[in-house]
Design a protein around this ligand. Sequence first.
Ligand code: ATP
Length: 248
Amino acid sequence: MNMMSSNLVPAGRPVISCANVSARYGRITVVSNVTLHVVPGEMIAVLGANGAGKSSLLGSIAGTVSGSGRIEINGRQVESYPSHKRAISGLSLVPEQRRNVFAAMTVKENIDLGLRLLPLSEREAQRDFIMELFPILKERQAAGAGMLSGGEQQMLAISLALGRKPDVMIFDEPTQGLAPAVFDTLQHAFSALKQRGLAMILAEQNVPFAARVADRFVILSQGSIVREGPGSDLANPEDIAEVFLGSK
Ligand code: ATP
């Protein structure tokens, strides 16, 4: 297999730069030598089959999984920071399966919780931005978060992560288990976030969805980048699927 690092450096100064990033559990290394850069308003998709190392890579970048390598956010080196300090530096992770929604609280309470670290003077505008991004959450403000559909909970998880106005957002398989009807809403939201200049990393197994939203992609296999390219290359999912399976 032809191993490579993502050296397709986009135009503009990266908001996040990862160089030779690895991830490990105890003594087992599951991701190695991943290099990628994301500029403002750009989304890069990290594709790969089950177990390819997508979640581990995101965890290593966010500081929730052990690893090594150099990680810079807005030019500041953060790899020695614990996850909460990386968050303060501008990075927000939306974990797999909406694990950061507080089911016993209302939708509004969840959103306000996300906003709590923002200066008071900025909270209202950010709340308005979130409600505009996901109007259904505005309608359902008083509902218990645990009563929301899967798609609405994913929107709420993204809203929570948006609370502190991050510069970089990382999404771990946001479409997993969701009805395709929600994909349009997510696509629209990602496009609004791009317009705001956020840099985004999206782990996905759903190649057609990644094709709709990603500007560039990398494919992980056994923890290494085996292919990369512009999002437009994802228009031929069969070709990509063969890379997933390791036959190309
Ligand atoms: P999926 O799409 O199924 O989430 P993935 O591409 O995100 O897959 P990872 O979950 O990062 O892949 O898994 C990469 C490798 O690390 C796999 O071999 C997996 O078994 C292993 N792994 C994941 N989590 C742990 C853990 N907590 N302890 C030990 N090994 C782990």
